[in-house]
Design a protein around this ligand. Structure first.
Ligand code: NAP
Length: 240
């Protein structure tokens, strides 16, 4: 059975992504930094009739936690087919570029950028054992420098100088990794779920979580002819 690990999947878009992958028949591991929340999440999915679900304690900012999760997973599965780096934080707002504290910047980058990078690196060997490994880095349209330079873009005034650059950096890392893996069976993409109603934005997002997660699932399950090293949203390819 193909397997998938979704970080930060005890709630929100990550939880829904895990649920949709379980529905597709993947054995899904819900990454949760809080074990109790992870167990609660898998019970909800099991209650829908899916037994192909488990949880793993995983804090993406803690290398020891990632290494332990990697060891736990190795016992449960020979290969990891899909890694979804979904765990993310916005950080306190506002984040004006001239004043945002370095501490806040580091905090946001710790999860959104370094967290995704170190998780990817630690799980790389298990991914390499899969026939067609897929990595999705969950990004945002707020990562797009093209959008941020377009005064007609609907989110043009939304300038958060910690959150947006952390996702822009994640996009850049995605391009570097996809290049390194271009002659393999890997597909590595960054995917924007779109403005989705979750705790992240006090449920002010326009999309239901099912819709946001389905974009991630689409690019996590690309076939062998699918794209790699790209930035996708529901509407298709997004400008960097
Ligand atoms: P959410 O409901 O706040 O969920 C975030 C998840 O990340 C939670 O499970 C949270 O765990 C987890 N997390 C945070 N820090 C973590 C860490 N250090 N280690 C492991 N897990 C951690 O937010 P969401 O809307 O589902 O967001 C999911 C992803 O989509 C994020 O990367 C976000 O940037 C991106 N995104 C969201 C939107 C949107 O409109 N919602 C739009 C574009 C992109 P706890 O429960 O323990 O806090």
């Amino acid at each position: 059975m193909k397997s998938a690990l979704v970080t930060g999947a005890n709630k929100g878009i990550g939880f829904e992504t895990a649920k949709q992958l379980a529905e597709l028949g993947y054995f899904v591991y819900i990454g949760s930094r809080d074990k109790a929340k992870g167990l609660e999440a898998i019970e909800k999915i099991k209650a829908l009739g899916y037994a192909n679900i488990d949880c793993i304690e995983l804090d993406v900012t803690d290398i020891n936690s990632i290494k332990s999760a990697r060891q736990v997973l190795e016992v449960k599965t020979q290969h990891l087919d899909i890694l979804i780096n979904n765990a993310g934080i916005r950080g306190e707002v506002p984040q004006p570029a001239s004043k945002v504290s370095i501490e806040r910047l580091r905090l946001v980058f710790e999860t959104n950028f370094f967290g995704a990078v170190q998780t990817t690196q630690e799980f790389m060997d298990l991914l390499k054992k899969a026939d067609q490994p897929r990595i999705v880095n969950v990004t945002s349209d707020l990562a797009s420098l093209t959008n941020h330079s377009d005064p007609t873009w609907k989110f043009y005034p939304f300038k958060s100088a910690a959150y947006s650059p952390s996702k822009t950096a994640l996009n850049a890392y995605t391009v570097m990794l996809a290049f390194e893996l271009k002659d393999t069976n890997f597909k590595v993409n960054c995917v924007n779920p779109g403005h989705t109603a979750t705790d992240f934005n006090n449920y002010k997002g326009e999309k239901p979580v099912e819709q946001g997660a389905s974009v991630i699932v689409k690019y996590a399950t690309l076939d062998k002819d699918g794209a790699t090293g790209k930035f996708f949203s529901e509407e298709g390819e997004t400008a960097w």
